[in-house]
Design a binder for this molecule. Structure first.
Ligand code: ASP
Length: 327
């Protein structure tokens, strides 16, 4: 009797582990990838799981270099292994929204990619990691998740990478997109999607990582009452590629920020102005002399990511503005 190759009828899911509280004991990310998966035996009922250990760091230690390497790895895996149903990435919650948004703009595939984390370490009472990991796998193998861009799944809520952000320092229900809501929910009996993503993402995006060795350097300056323009001089003179100004609602800014930006004109530095206020598009009047555009409804950390990627395509403010209107 020839040996039978037992092919699993279950979908194949790659779990890429990066660290974070979900892989932590007493707050230290030390559980290695395979152990994290072995701790949730129920996973095997849903999918054939492969594990790739990418890093073992808290997500506050993530850098644009990590994003670039992770995005390239994911594109390679999805390109090479056509049997993959999708990818789950375990990640810290501190910068999860950033990694998710970067991947949302750079993964060249319609297959589901889900980021998952936890707010409690594995040793804490009612640790949320195992259930979140199981739910992430359940979402990634569900047909409804295809073509919805990169997703964030925690506490049975499914969020879109572009809109979701961390809102609570401790609570297990920390990821919200207050005005734009969730795409769907992980119910005990089924995955239920109620919304679709409308902004272009993943396979619809023009940002191609394949020839990128490093990302443009974009930094963020927070405006505040009594801001001193000399702070801006530091950023304008350090040779960065772009700058995000996070200021008050409506693009209103402190006198020091305004003075500093007006002097910035000779630097020809692409500047994007966003608001510290959590919700809604920023609209208003920028000083005519200031070479800047508004960031739509993106907050500072995500506006930075979009500007980094926009600068791989153009340095023209008009083209950058068009990119911000589209993504
Ligand atoms: N407390 C964070 C977490 O939930 C730590 C981190 O982001 O790595 O993962």
């Amino acid at each position: 009797m020839p040996a039978q190759t037992i092919t699993s009828s279950k979908p194949k899911v790659l779990i890429i582990t990066t660290g974070g509280t979900i892989a932590s004991v007493n707050g230290k990310p030390m559980i290695d990838g395979p152990a994290l998966v072995q701790a949730v035996p129920t996973l095997k009922e849903y999918a054939e799981i492969e594990v790739m250990v990418f890093s073992k760091i808290g997500s506050s230690q993530m850098t644009p270099g990590h994003w670039l390497r992770l995005g390239k790895s994911i594109n390679e895996y999805l390109q090479k292994d056509k049997d993959l149903a999708g990818i789950v990435i375990t990640h810290g919650t501190d910068t999860m929204e950033e990694t998710a948004f970067f991947l949302n703009l750079t993964i060249q595939s319609q297959k589901p990619v889900v980021l998952v984390g936890s707010m409690r370490s594995s040793n804490e009472i009612s640790a949320d990691g195992p259930a979140n990991l199981l739910n992430a796998v359940r979402v990634v193998i569900d047909q409804q998740a295809t073509g919805q861009g990169v997703l964030v799944v925690l506490n049975e809520h499914i969020g879109a990478a572009r809109n979701i952000f961390k809102t609570h320092n401790r609570n297990v229900h920390t990821f919200h997109s207050p005005e734009l809501g969730y795409l769907g929910f992980v119910d005990p009996d089924a995955i239920k999607f109620y919304q679709k993503v409308i902004h272009p993402h993943t396979h619809q995006s023009e940002f191609d990582l394949s020839d990128m060795d490093q990302l443009p350097v974009v930094e963020i300056v927070q405006d505040f009452t009594g801001f001193d323009e000399s702070i801006l001089k530091y950023f304008l003179n350090k040779g960065i590629d772009g700058l995000i100004i996070q200021t008050f609602a409506g693009g209103r800014m402190s006198a020091g920020m305004r003075k500093g930006l007006i002097k910035a004109t000779e630097k020809q530095l692409p500047i994007v102005v966003t608001s510290s206020v959590a919700n809604g598009r920023i609209i208003g009047q920028l000083p005519a002399e200031v070479p800047a555009i508004f960031a739509s409804d993106l907050r500072g950390n995500k506006a930075r990511i979009l500007l980094m990627l926009a600068l791989t395509q153009t340095r023209g403010l008009g083209e950058i503005k068009e990119i911000f209107e589209r993504y």
